[in-house]
Design a protein around this ligand. Structure first.
Ligand code: ATP
Ligand code: MG
Length: 444
């Protein structure tokens, strides 16, 4: 992509309305524009990162054996009356009526809708286990939308629902989600720590929230610092293996790590003092097992193979897809701007032409762009007439992890400069070597 043809409305000024760094940087980097309180347009750069995050979520869900689908944003109130949640949900639910005066709502979550699909089509234990998920916009009329995409009213969520014959089978689905989430967040360059959380009105002991540690996080958390040493890496997982998923869950959840709702001072005091931490975190996901809470009232029953008909055991599992952009930036930035992890970066690298209009640098940049593209990489080539300093500032602000700088002196020597956004270190090399290096970094 050539910057001169792209739409990247970067802001020079720091927007006054933004209280936290990720919100400021998303506005300054031209990623989002507020449409109304807590509702955003995703400008091209932000949209690209959003799609990358979505792609990783999809890949990891499919890898775990979960099945993608798409349910609508608008739902009929009838199903929510059946489950008993229509009145309980309160003012966070956006209620709408259609031209016939029928009560509708913009879905804040999808337990009812997915259970309705299940009950219409599944009648036997032979069709289980089943996990369906989608990535769809949600609406919650938050009392205080703030921090940009972190607490929006309209936001993108991955929500998945497992259906199992027994509690044990549903707990395996729970563990499978935990494992797939660990992998998902790590691919985005994030450490998200599973913490014992409060299941709220749903009840039951089985829920974990995934938290990214950040000063600006809205949750108060308490943990044993040993949990921050755990990494998932690229282990081979057999998602059908009950024992393997269980052992990973134990590895990642046996140390103390809780949100304030479930915090237990006595247990916390048992952690060696030098490892006790209290901090703030951003909730980027949550998994739940809730048994037959929805399948009973909605009549989602299956033939159990022994002559009976039983309500299925369910759980629901969410990832805050749009919130993740904010969380990643909170965890990865400096005073010049964003530093995208390679897994989610909107462009693989930038190309900066230090003397636009110079035949030598222009053709060297065009050749680099072509070579990177041929390798399957997507560069952003700053071919504008801006000064070098302004070009560097824009590249630093939008946070591409690698930059190739092409200047007239280098071109004479057959050299370009490859710079890491994270470390600031630069190295001179031939254009071919730079393309090869960037290719290796991205594994292409
Ligand atoms: P919170 O406690 O932050 O209000 P929640 O526990 O109500 O979130 P869930 O129902 O668990 O949210 O939704 C799954 C995920 O969706 C959350 O872990 C979070 O990452 C994301 N999410 C929830 N509410 C919002 C919001 N208003 N804006 C952006 N993302 C959100
Ligand atoms: Mg939650």
């Amino acid at each position: 992509m050539r910057l001169s043809r792209y739409f990247l409305p970067v802001l020079k000024e720091t927007p006054a309305e933004a209280q936290i760094v990720s919100h400021r940087l998303m506005l300054r980097a031209g990623m989002i524009k507020q449409a109304s309180a807590g509702i955003y347009s995703w400008l091209p750069l932000g949209y690209k990162v959003l799609r990358n995050i979505e792609r990783i979520v999809h890949e990891e869900q499919v890898r775990a054996g979960h099945i993608p689908m798409l349910m609508p944003t608008l739902q009929s109130a009838d199903l929510w009356r059946e489950s008993g949640r229509y009145d309980d949900y309160g003012e966070e639910m956006l209620r709408i009526s259609d031209r016939h005066g029928r009560d509708m709502l913009y879905g804040p979550t999808n337990e009812e809708l997915v259970t309705d699909i299940f009950r219409a089509h599944v009648a036997s234990y032979k069709d289980l286990p089943l996990t369906l998920y989608h990535i769809q916009w949600k609406f919650r009329d938050e009392i205080r939308p703030r921090f940009g995409v972190m607490r929006g009213r309209e936001f993108l969520m991955k929500d998945g629902y497992n259906f199992d014959l027994t509690k044990d089978a549903a707990l395996h689905a729970y563990n499978r989600h935990l494992v797939s989430y660990l992998r998902t967040y790590e691919r985005m360059g994030l450490q998200a720590i599973p913490m014992r959380a409060d299941s709220g009105p749903i009840g039951g002991d089985y829920t974990h929230e995934f938290l990214v540690l950040a000063e600006t996080g809205e949750s108060e958390v308490f943990y044993d610092s040993a949990v921050t040493d755990l990494t998932f890496g690229d282990r081979e997982i057999d998602y059908d293996s009950v024992a393997q998923c269980q052992s990973i869950l134990e590895e990642f959840t046996s140390r103390y790590a809780r949100t304030d709702e479930t915090h237990d001072e006595a247990l916390y005091a048992q952690i060696p003092e030098e490892r006790r931490r209290s901090a703030r975190g951003i909730e980027v996901g949550q998994i739940f097992y809730f048994g037959t809470t929805y399948s009973e009232p909605l009549g989602a029953l299956v033939d159990d193979g022994q002559g009976g008909r039983v309500p299925v055991h369910m759980g629901s599992h969410g990832i805050g897809v749009s919130r993740l952009l904010g969380a990643i930036i909170e965890a990865s930035h400096d005073d010049k701007g964003i530093i995208w992890p390679e897994g989610v970066t909107p462009f693989h690298c930038g190309i900066v032409n230090l003397r636009q209009g110079d035949a030598g640098t222009d053709s060297a940049c065009a050749a680099l762009e072509a070579a990177l593209t041929a390798r399957g990489l997507e560069p952003l080539y700053d071919d504008t007439e801006e000064r070098a300093g302004a070009k560097f500032a824009t590249m630093d602000l939008i946070g591409l992890p690698w930059r190739i700088t092409v200047g007239p002196r280098g071109v004479e020597k057959g050299q370009v400069e490859l710079t890491s956004r994270r470390t600031g270190e630069s190295e001179e090399m031939s254009p071919e070597a730079a393309v090869a290096r960037v290719g290796e970094i991205y594994g292409v």
